[in-house]
Design a protein. Structure first.
Length: 122
């Protein structure tokens, strides 16, 4: 077997896996109640502290754009949404504190639980 002299600059290991894991992660994040809440509060006239609470929302929207553009480098950064689910939760708590809203903890359903119950999905 001959070794190539140079690898293509467009080479990415496991591009189909990156696409599928990133798309699945994006679905989990977009269905997350904290993301939806923060997204509803996102506007152009936020003060600095409130704007910082919106960083995870901007990240999810950027990830959506990267998937649309098929940017594998950006997409491979978030193939496991667990960190970002926690980031969304903490940002929502911080925003609720700033706005003076009561902090609502997600309720776990009684009976059989799914993995989505633990990571903040529906």
């Amino acid at each position: 077997m001959e070794i190539p002299a140079e690898v293509s600059v467009h080479y990415m290991a496991d591009p189909d896996g990156i696409r599928s894991r990133s798309t699945a992660a994006l679905e989990v994040l977009k269905e997350n109640q904290d993301f939806q809440y923060l997204r509803s509060k996102l506007s152009g006239d936020l003060d600095k502290e409130t704007s910082q609470c919106m960083n995870p929302v901007r990240y999810v929207l950027g990830m959506e754009d990267a998937i649309r553009r098929d940017d594998l480098v950006v997409m491979r950064r978030c193939q496991d949404p667990e960190y970002y689910v926690k980031y969304l939760r903490e940002s929502r708590k911080k925003l609720d504190k700033i706005l003076g809203s009561p902090i609502l903890e997600p309720k776990l359903r009684e009976g059989q639980l799914t993995i989505w119950d633990f990571i903040g999905g529906q």
